[in-house]
Design a protein around this ligand. Structure first.
Ligand code: ZN
Length: 286
């Protein structure tokens, strides 16, 4: 009986395959192809890394333009409650939760009454601490990088409620914050990235006054005036000039309201050409 010799056959097949592989690898055009693939991979990885770096830098500058305080964020990122005694942490959490609840309720009311464009926008309410800012707006960084629906953030300083800010004023400043959210929703991710080159004093004043105009156009002018009057009494003296420069003062709001009553279409013009002082408002109102 003849026995089948499978080993030599397997070995020769294996040798043949190795030969084939070696020949293929030695083929110069295949080598070029492999080299190109490796290069493409490197380029793709570099592009992804560049995009991530740009997104991080963009987020920093956009949030800085909207009065973002990186120091405050870093402190918020560290779980301060864990570093403090439990009763102290509890004491701090109570006003924060209450501020979030009150803000959430007001935001929902204002959104339903005055911002139909934001009906489906996902807005998270969070708290922050600062000695001169009471509200801030931004968008979710993680959502910026991922495809799909963006998420927006509205931050509240619980001190605004503890310092008896007028109700009408709080509603108006929330209408201003929703103006920022509207601004973010009207821009795609690339345009939001483009805000980086605009970050600066001139841009901040236009950005803030544009949100003020949104609130005034939607019926919150008197409330905004009341908020600014309260605010001027509740910011450190060294921050007052900045508040007057970046936002409409009570006198400027009066001039806008008078012009709006006389010529309602003026608001649409100002939303495109934001006035930066009383002289520009008076010139536009004539
Ligand atoms: Zn603002």
């Amino acid at each position: 009986m003849v026995q089948r010799e499978s080993r030599p056959l397997d070995a020769s097949l294996c040798g043949f395959s190795l030969e084939l592989l070696r020949a293929t690898l030695l083929n110069s055009s295949t080598q070029r192809l492999i080299y190109s693939c490796a290069r493409m991979k490197t380029i793709t990885l570099s592009l992804i890394l560049m995009a991530l770096t740009c997104a991080v830098v963009a987020q920093y500058f956009i949030l800085r333009a909207t009065h973002f305080d990186p120091g405050a964020r870093v402190l918020a990122a560290i779980d301060l409650a864990a570093l403090q005694s439990a009763p102290a942490a509890k004491q701090k959490a109570a006003p924060a939760n209450s501020a979030i609840e009150r803000t959430r309720k007001l935001v929902d009311e204002i959104r339903a009454a005055a911002y139909p464009e934001l009906r489906d926008a996902q807005i998270n309410i969070e708290t922050f601490e600062d000695r001169a800012d009471y509200f801030r707006s931004s968008f979710s960084f993680s959502r910026y990088l991922l495809p799909g629906k963006m998420r927006y953030r509205l931050l509240v300083n619980p001190c605004v409620f503890e310092s008896q800010a007028p109700d009408e004023g709080v509603r108006a400043i929330l209408a201003h914050e929703l103006g920022h959210t509207l601004y973010f929703t009207q821009r795609n991710r690339i345009e939001l990235l483009g805000l980086v080159r605009l970050a600066g004093k001139g841009f901040t004043a236009r950005f803030e006054r544009w949100a003020d105009l949104q609130a005034i156009a939607r019926g919150y002018g008197e409330g905004l005036k009341a908020y600014r009057e309260w605010l001027y009494q509740h910011v450190p003296v060294d921050r007052l000039a900045e508040k007057r420069r970046n936002y409409f003062s009570p006198e400027e709001i009066d001039a806008i309201l008078a012009a709006k009553q006389k010529r309602p279409e003026q608001m649409a013009y100002w939303l495109k050409h934001v006035p930066l002082n009383l002289r520009e408002i008076q010139a536009g109102a004539q």
